[in-house]
Design a protein around this ligand. Structure first.
Ligand code: PRP
Ligand code: URA
Length: 210
């Protein structure tokens, strides 16, 4: 498992405002998009491109374009949806699939309640979006889902992670290669499975309590 923590003062600055309990939902939503654009830049370093011949006003030259098949972006509902616009801003030609997952707040086990993904992912680069990697249960389930459909190239982009969750995902992967790009790794999980200091419940802060 490759883990990259995007170490940049702009990310730390925006994260600080995001964490603040007094930051209202509209500002929170805007910050998630801004952070996502910065994290997407890091997360797409390995995006597949192919050569393309073009003509500038001065001379012919060779550049690159995003290769086919196009990358697949998979936001994990609900909170991952808040990251989608930031990602497609950088990768407008990507396709989007969806996984709906909810963590049982008693057992901390995730359940999958929705899925809209291509059946065969064997040649697709997949980018999973979920702001929070806490116990790692949800991200592990999402990655397993994609691997079971044949994906071999998976990058997860999360805003915050707990060390316990990162270790759990790594254990569950048993050496299968996956990349994780993070805005920050926090101190720990608390007894309720929340990231400390964290930012609280990302879905609730984005959309309000259901
Ligand atoms: C949150 C978050 C992750 C999950 C992380 O979603 O967006 O998907 O919890 O926790 P874990 O690492 O312990 O699995 P939640 O289940 O609260 O659903 P929501 O996005 O609908 O709020
Ligand atoms: N889910 C969240 O939204 N926040 C946490 O801290 C943990 C899980």
């Amino acid at each position: 498992m490759r883990v990259h923590v995007a170490d940049h003062p702009l990310i730390t600055h925006k994260l600080t405002v995001l964490r603040d309990v007094n930051t209202p939902s509209p500002v929170f939503r805007a910050l998630v998009q801004e952070l996502m654009t910065l994290l997407a830049y890091e997360g797409t370093r390995g995006v597949r491109v192919e050569p393309v011949d073009i003509l500038t006003p001065v001379a012919p030259t060779t550049g690159v374009r995003i290769a086919d098949p196009k990358p697949l972006i998979v936001p994990i509902l609900r909170a991952g949806l808040g990251m989608l616009d930031g990602m497609v801003t950088l990768l407008p030609s990507a396709e989007v699939g969806f996984l709906g997952m909810a963590r049982n707040e008693e057992t901390l086990e995730p359940t999958t309640y929705a899925e809209r993904l291509p059946d065969d992912l064997s040649d697709r680069q997949c980018f999973v979006l979920d702001p929070m990697l806490a116990t790692g249960g949800s991200l592990t389930a999402a990655i397993e889902f994609l691997l079971a459909r044949g994906a071999t190239d998976v990058t997860a982009i999360c805003i915050l992670a707990a060390p316990e969750g990162l270790a759990a995902v790594e254990r569950a992967l048993h050496g299968r290669e996956v990349s994780i790009v993070l805005g920050a790794v926090d101190e720990r999980l608390n007894e309720h499975g929340y990231i400390v200091p964290g930012l609280g419940d990302a879905g609730d802060r984005l959309y309000g309590t259901v």
